[in-house]
Write a protein that binds this ligand. Structure first.
Ligand code: PGA
Length: 251
């Protein structure tokens, strides 16, 4: 059936030297825990040292963003083929911090996803509602719309290379976690939309993570939800013991 994916999102934390030390410490702690895929998405300059440190382990390495053009006059940006060439396997697209602070839209999220897929990367596509939307009772409308826009024009054969991360914005970095029922409901809504777009089999196979203050204490009950197939973890992915505890919960 669906496989759990436990992915860390380091955000703007860790230097290259800290990255190598962290992975050397983490690797024996998660060795052999193969009932889930384990991914660390790290800042661009940390990717190469992370890949080096993770060689021969069950830890896979991803980036936190990618530009949608192949090359050209886009100062400060990184293309999918650059990431692919150095051995990056995954990339986060559409994180709410990118949407909030860097003016990402569903249109650019869609373009970035297509560029990443074309280069052979696996995409962790993030979406989720703002607090205002939840309070207004329009979570379903918002996540449905995001799913439809973010997947526009993406062919069914690419779905195996996409993981969706449902991340309610009000739960990210706030210590406020969605209840298991809220997480399961929203992930179920997204799964239903994938079913409407691509059919029942695609919906059944789609890996949908929950993200937003997932930690060692709440991971087990969130991961036990029918529609939750893993986690995208920020703060708790910066500590080897906490991250390992989440991997254990998935196992
Ligand atoms: P958090 O971040 O676990 O620190 O809330 C999750 C994320 O932003 O992906």
């Amino acid at each position: 059936m669906r496989r759990y994916v436990i992915a860390g999102n380091w955000k703007m934390n860790m230097t290259p030297a800290q990255t190598a030390a962290f992975i050397k410490e983490l690797a024996p702690m998660v060795a052999g825990k193969d009932k889930c895929d384990i991914v660390l998405c790290v800042p661009f300059v940390d990717i190469a040292p992370a890949i080096e440190a993770a060689k021969g382990t069950n830890i896979k390495i991803g980036a936190e963003n990618v530009h949608f053009k192949e090359s050209g006059a886009y100062t400060g940006e990184i293309s999918a083929s650059m990431l692919k060439e150095i051995g990056t396997e995954y990339v986060i697209v559409g994180h709410s911090e990118r949407r909030q602070y860097f003016a990402e839209t569903d249109e650019t999220v869609n373009l970035r996803t297509k560029a990443a897929l074309a280069a052979g990367l696996k995409v962790i596509l993030c979406l989720g509602e703002l607090l205002e939307a939840r309070q207004a009772g329009i979570t379903e409308e918002i996540v449905s719309m995001q799913t439809k826009l973010d997947f526009a024009g993406i062919p069914a054969e690419d779905l195996k290379n996409i993981i969706i991360a449902y991340e309610p914005v009000w739960a990210i970095g706030t210590g406020l976690t969605a209840t298991p029922a809220q997480a399961d409901e929203a992930c179920g809504i997204i799964r239903r939309v994938i079913g409407d777009l691509y059919g029942a089999k695609a919906a059944e196979e789609m890996i949908i993570q929950y993200g937003g203050s997932m930690n060692d204490a709440n991971a087990a009950e969130l991961l036990a939800c029918e529609n939750v197939d893993g986690g995208l973890i920020g703060g708790a992915s910066l500590k080897t013991d906490k991250f390992t505890a989440i991997v254990d919960a998935a196992n």
